[in-house]
Ligand binder design. Structure first.
Ligand code: XMP
Length: 507
């Protein structure tokens, strides 16, 4: 799909590479990331971006690319950080290790008029992360911007070949998006990124690949698996959507998931195995052990229900693909870790029987696709919920009593968030058990009960998170209801920890 007129981003290993793709798509063009080894297979791009990377061009094993082939495309090229240094060498210049390492904010001073900086202020903040800098600038090239120390940080080698030492893709580069857009405006006939086109192409490709074969997918009620199931259904595939209810779901969640799918006209099968999971978890209090038990059992139960289905669909997203590919340093294992990495999937994958239709999309694009498929917004805007469910909100042992308390408190808290209009303003919120008993008074009696911790965070990608300053009134009403209605709790706490160092979940 999309081998023509897209923006090819070549990955030299920078931690920000994925963001470049993201930003280009935000600007309305289709972009794809390629490992350097895949350079020969990038099709016919309309523009090429060389990413940054951790190596120095002077290192023996520094990544390289076929410059003659790059030039043969005759399309605009932008080198970012390492990409700029490599291009400068290829064009006949040189790079040197700088005595001044530069990490973090720097000033970008535009020096010469260039299409790259049209409409960009003469001085603005950019984000740097490098130690090498360009030294000899080849004949015919010009310096188009410098930093506050006078060091060249942007070059133009030809009409449409540019280099920038800074990272335009991070938000700390205040005019980064504008600079990227200026670069892309040099390209001809770039493919627009439109979710409706994606939807149509995906449906066609599913029809072609699946035909009349039976295809199985797991659903959890979460956004990715829901979009996947609806997409397969829309394509008219012979699909079995299986919902494994491991008994670690939130209050009434199983019914809610079934009602949601019924609302969308997609039949699902429930495998009810709560007892099996609780038995397996009985007495286990180590968090990693609990995760392992849940993960393994989940795989067993799921595969038992799959039977001899001919194909399997997974809701793998683009970041998972990129991450697994770069971790494995090969394209061989483009699968998600945790429960997707099982021998049977690898086997099916080798036979071409695993379908991952969402594998080119980022999370918010999946939501957009969901909207295009007519999935109601309340389903698409559900907070993320971890695979191991409430087990990661219940430190220590997991049992029915603890789950009941968490469920009841969580339902009250989430209800209050919705009532006060805060649900859609936070990334994720929940109640987690603090299994520590303290003394309190209830009526005229002494109580000795557990505490519940409420957590609400904002985040962009779950890698970092900040706690939310919820209104006191919302917290007051939530606390009042929990203390009055939930047996076993005599204290309500609000978690004011950022990630890092805390995590989002509570296990
Ligand atoms: P932490 O607790 O690591 O969570 O800060 C980051 C995000 O990931 C979710 N999470 C999981 N999701 N399987 C999942 O599908 C898991 O095992 C898992 N553990 C954590 C968590 O809810 C948060 O959004």
């Amino acid at each position: 799909m999309h081998d023509q007129h897209h923006v090819a981003v070549l990955d030299f290993g920078s931690q920000y590479t994925q963001l470049i793709v993201r930003r280009v798509r935000e600007l309305g063009y289709f972009a794809k990331l390629y490992a350097i080894e895949d350079f020969p297979d990038i099709g016919r791009p309309g523009a090429i971006i060389l990413s940054g990377g951790p190596k120095s061009t002077s290192e023996a094993d520094a990544p390289d690319l076929d410059f003659a082939k790059l030039m043969e495309f005759g399309v605009p090229v932008l080198g970012v950080c390492y990409g700029m240094q490599l291009l400068n060498i290829k064009f006949g210049g040189s790079v040197e290790a700088s005595s001044r390492r530069e990490y973090g904010p720097a000033e970008l001073l535009v020096e010469a008029s260039s299409g790259l900086y049209e409409g960009v202020s003469a001085s603005s903040q950019v984000w740097m992360s490098h130690s090498d800098t360009v030294k000899i600038i080849p004949d015919g090239a010009r310096v188009i911007a410098r930093n506050q120390h006078g060091t060249p940080v942007s070059l133009q080698w030809s009409d449409c070949c540019f280099g920038i030492q800074f990272h335009p893709e991070v938000t700390h580069s205040h005019q980064g998006l504008k600079i990227l857009n200026n670069f892309l405006s040099h390209a001809k006939d770039l493919l627009p990124f439109k979710i409706d086109d994606f939807k149509r192409e995906m449906i066609e490709s599913i029809r072609e690949t699946v035909g009349t074969k039976q295809i199985v997918c797991g659903v959890s009620g979460g956004v990715d698996s829901t979009v996947l199931a609806v997409l397969l259904n829309e394509a008219g595939a012979n699909v079995r959507a299986i919902f494994v209810d491991h008994g670690l779901m939130r209050k009434d969640e199983g019914d809610e998931v079934r009602a949601n799918f019924a609302r969308m006209g997609v039949p699902i099968e429930t495998v009810d195995c709560a007892e099996q999971f609780l038995t397996a978890l009985d007495g286990v209090d180590d968090p990693e052990q609990k995760r392992k038990i849940i993960g393994n059992l989940f795989i067993d139960v799921f595969w038992d229900s799959v039977g001899d289905a001919e194909m399997l669909a997974q809701g793998t997203l683009y970041p998972d693909v990129i991450e697994s590919a770069s971790n494995a340093k090969s394209k061989a294992s483009k699968i998600k870790t945790h429960h997707n990495r099982v021998d049977r999937i690898l086997e099916l994958q080798a036979q071409g029987k695993v379908l991952e239709p969402l594998a080119e999309l980022f999370k918010d694009e999946v939501r957009e696709l969901g909207l295009a498929l007519g999935i109601p917004a309340d389903i698409l805007n559900r907070h993320p919920f971890p695979g191991p469910g409430l087990a990661v909100r219940c430190p220590g042992v997991v049992n029915e009593e603890r789950l009941r308390i968490i469920r009841d408190c969580d339902a009250i808290f989430i209800g209050k968030l919705k009532e006060h209009g805060w649900y859609d303003r936070v990334w994720q919120a929940y109640a987690g058990l603090v299994p520590v008993k303290t003394v309190g008074v209830k009526g005229d009696e002494r109580s000795y009960e557990w505490a519940i911790s409420l957590r609400a965070v904002v985040s962009e990608d779950a890698m970092t998170a900040d706690w939310v300053e919820l209104p006191y009134q919302l917290l007051r009403e939530t606390s009042h209801r929990i203390l009055n209605e939930v047996k076993g709790i005599n204290r309500v706490l609000y978690d004011v920890s950022t990630k890092p160092p805390a995590s989002i979940e509570w296990e």
